[in-house]
Ligand binder design. Structure first.
Ligand SMILES: C[S@@+](CC[C@H](N)C(=O)[O-])C[C@H]1O[C@@H](n2cnc3c(N)ncnc32)[C@H](O)[C@@H]1O
Length: 392
């Protein structure tokens, strides 16, 4: 697979409206005609990405703090705080699309024990129970999760989800989209898109062979599956924005002691790389603390891209920025604004709550431009095609 090429500037990502699509709502006050339901809606970044194409008519999450972020940016009217276990499908409004970014803890590298039947990732089955209870199931379903969904245990987690969806009368394909194609953050995520089998899919949206969306792990998980679809989307243009573009270089440093300790933990190899850079040049390198041969080290990356934001629960560390400015080498955590920028959230996106709340709200979310690209290039054309058929 060839390496991705990038062509988006930060200004374009953060502030430009979507390139207008004739079928998207044509007047400012008109809502997009396709309704969607969002499960595990978190801080609302999917709703942000989809908003010019799909109208959220119902959303749910159990987390009070994330609900505060969601409702500060989208209307409160359709948000339902509480566990998915208490949602009854027969009470939900009809919609073209249902999206579920279900919990990843049991599928992520750190916590693989539970898998797709784990306590948290297994909530995906509640989502399917609700779909079963709906009088008219949505024509399009999207499930989003970490790479472990397809790559771990030889793809069995994905294959179980695939079987459950095909049994319900959908044809299904999974794809990998990495937020790094849009924003300077490495964030590979799996998007499973299922559409009702009786509805024809426009030919240009599928391929007969794997595409840039299907690395070896996806191809392996897909091998031999019935009702599998190789989705086809155009590749995004080259990203221009780099990490240094989103960093708040004037943000303060919290604590000299931890700051100095972090600098002292930089691995010998990376300290050597830093030492050859011009001392007067402003510079930023992100990194995570890791234990190597029993010793804690701070490992940096030098490609002007942040590592994947993650929530610091479960003992994993937060990402650290090492910054050289005015000849001084310092370190600090990312600001909440920087995490929001790394997720492609617009500058005006409101993130109420503490530092930890904000970091978690962004670290757990779906990058806005990824959700937008998927919706614009695949979900909206599907929804338009189905709506046109039912109207004709
Ligand atoms: C991967 S995050 C999804 C984030 C969201 N898509 C966003 O962009 O912010 C998973 C979400 O599942 C929620 N969640 C966990 N258990 C839940 C439950 N029992 N019922 C409803 N939501 C739950 C978490 O609060 C979290 O926001």
């Amino acid at each position: 697979m060839s390496p991705p090429s990038f062509e988006y500037s930060l200004t374009e990502i953060l502030s430009a409206p979507l390139p207008s699509t004739p079928s998207v709502c044509s007047t400012i006050d008109k809502q997009p005609r396709h309704a969607y339901l969002e499960f595990f809606a978190g801080s609302g970044l999917v709703a942000q990405g989809l908003k010019t194409m799909f109208t959220p008519i119902w959303a749910n999450d159990i987390d009070v703090k994330k609900a505060a972020v969601y409702t500060a940016n989208h209307t409160e009217k359709h948000f339902h705080l509480g566990s998915i276990a208490d949602v009854a499908g027969n009470e939900l409004p009809a919609a073209a699309l249902a999206w579920a970014s279900f919990p990843c803890q049991d599928l992520s590298l750190a916590g693989l024990a539970g898998g797709i039947h784990g306590k948290r990732s297994g909530l995906v089955w509640e989502w399917l129970r609700i779909i079963d209870e709906m009088p008219a199931a949505p024509s399009i379903l999207v499930a989003e999760n970490v790479l472990g969904l397809v790559s771990s245990s030889g793809g069995t987690h994905y294959r179980q989800l695939h079987a459950a969806l095909t049994e319900r009368g959908y044809k299904v394909g999974a794809m990998l989209l990495d937020a790094v194609r849009f924003v300077p953050q490495s964030r590979p995520r799996i998007f499973v898109v299922a559409v009702r089998s009786d509805l024809p899919v426009p030919a240009e949206l599928t391929s007969t062979t794997p595409t840039w969306l299907h690395p070896a792990s996806v191809q392996k998980a897909a091998s031999g599956l019935d009702n599998w679809v190789w989705w086809q989307l155009p590749e995004p243009p080259t990203r221009l924005a780099v990490l240094a573009d989103i960093v708040e270089f004037d943000a303060g440093y919290a604590n000299t002691q931890s700051d100095e300790r972090n600098i002292s933990l930089i691995s010998a190899k990376h300290a050597a790389l830093l030492s050859v850079l011009p001392k007067k040049q402003t510079f930023v390198a992100p990194g995570y603390k890791r234990t190597r041969a029993g010793k804690q080290v701070l490992e940096l990356r030098f490609d002007n891209v942040a590592g994947c934001l993650r929530t610091p629960s479960g003992g994993s560390s937060r990402q650290i920025l090492v910054i050289r400015k005015n000849g001084e080498l310092r370190s600090r955590l990312l600001t909440v604004k920087e995490t929001a920028r790394l997720m492609g959230a617009p500058e005006e996106y409101k993130i109420p709550g503490s530092y930890n709340d904000g970091y978690k709200a962004m670290g757990d979310a779906v990058a806005v431009p990824v959700a937008r690209w998927l919706a614009e290039k695949l979900l909206l054309p599907l929804a338009e095609s189905y709506a046109d058929q039912s109207e004709s």
